[in-house]
Design a protein around this ligand. Structure first.
Ligand SMILES: [Zn+2]
Ligand SMILES: [Zn+2]
Length: 279
């Protein structure tokens, strides 16, 4: 881990202050490792902060930390915070599935967690369709892709305007299997960026798309450039489901971030956003 990131960043020694704000744990049932394992990996990768952000999903409960184990999750992250406080900042986060008919229950759960540093807003499900499930990817071939992206970004903006979430995870997830509209996406990106800037949320640059068929970072380069023009802040996440994936391909993310014109990323302390320079 250490060798990998350090070697690849060696030619860009001016890069400082990297963080990974998107990691999971064994509690969600489809990842491995405890918070301390991700923290150790983050230290090896020379990060200055690591955020643990396991799934909280009322609409896809099989992929979520069980509600009766949420306190255990919080305790484990808090313990990691204490154990490693001299070596790295550890943040308590959650990746929360947005679903408009469950918004009150979600709000109640989030309010019950003291010391939550941030929530990642994520949308994996539109209606009954889990869009990142390979079992149902044929559906992409039967629908109007532009309309899908339009609907997806609408949902993202609706969720962002609730002010319950600090960061939007994998903002263009519908591209996961490589299905993209033929139409020019710029107007849609512009409209979305304008609404997100108004909502005051941060967008995550997520490298997990590089591990998927699309083989691309979320958001797409053109989208990231538009977000920059609208002054939408960003942060950085690997969406690691195993400790070895902490800081996964961050060297590629940094190139995209730099090309788009960003010089800072955001970090969160008890939901309060701060900017730190990365160049
Ligand atoms: Zn996700
Ligand atoms: Zn995730």
């Amino acid at each position: 881990m250490e060798g990998r990131l350090n070697r690849s960043l060696a030619s860009s020694l001016e890069i400082v202050n990297l963080v990974d704000y998107h990691t999971h744990t064994y509690l969600c049932g489809h990842a491995v490792g405890k918070p301390v394992d991700y923290v150790e990996a983050a230290i090896s990768a020379n990060l200055v902060e690591i955020g643990v952000s396991d799934h909280l999903s009322l609409s896809i409960p099989e992929d979520s930390v069980p509600l009766d184990e949420l306190h255990l999750y919080v305790d484990m992250v808090e313990e990691a915070k204490r154990l490693y406080e001299d070596r790295i900042r550890v943040r308590l986060g959650l990746e929360v599935e947005y679903s408009c008919d469950k918004i009150e229950s979600i709000a109640n759960i989030l309010e019950s967690i003291d010391d939550l540093d941030y929530t990642l807003l994520s949308i994996h499900k539109i209606g009954e369709w889990v869009i990142n499930s390979s079992k149902s990817k044929d559906r992409y071939m039967k629908i109007d892709l532009y309309k899908l992206y339009e609907e997806y970004f609408d949902l993202v903006c609706e969720a962002a305007s609730s002010k319950m979430f600090q960061i939007i995870a994998h903002i263009d997830l519908p591209k996961i299997f490589g299905f993209k509209p033929c139409e020019d996406m710029k107007p849609l990106y512009e409209d979305t960026a304008r609404r997100l800037a108004k909502a005051g949320v941060c967008v995550e640059v997520n490298t997990s798309g590089l591990r998927k068929p699309v083989a691309e970072i979320y958001p797409a380069r053109e989208f990231l450039e538009v977000l920059r023009r609208y002054n939408v802040p960003i942060t950085l996440g690997s969406d690691a489901h195993k400790p070895e994936d902490v800081a996964y391909h961050f060297e590629d993310a940094i190139k995209e971030i730099s090309k788009a014109g960003y010089r800072c990323i955001s970090v969160f302390d008890k939901e309060r956003r701060m900017e730190i320079p990365i160049f």
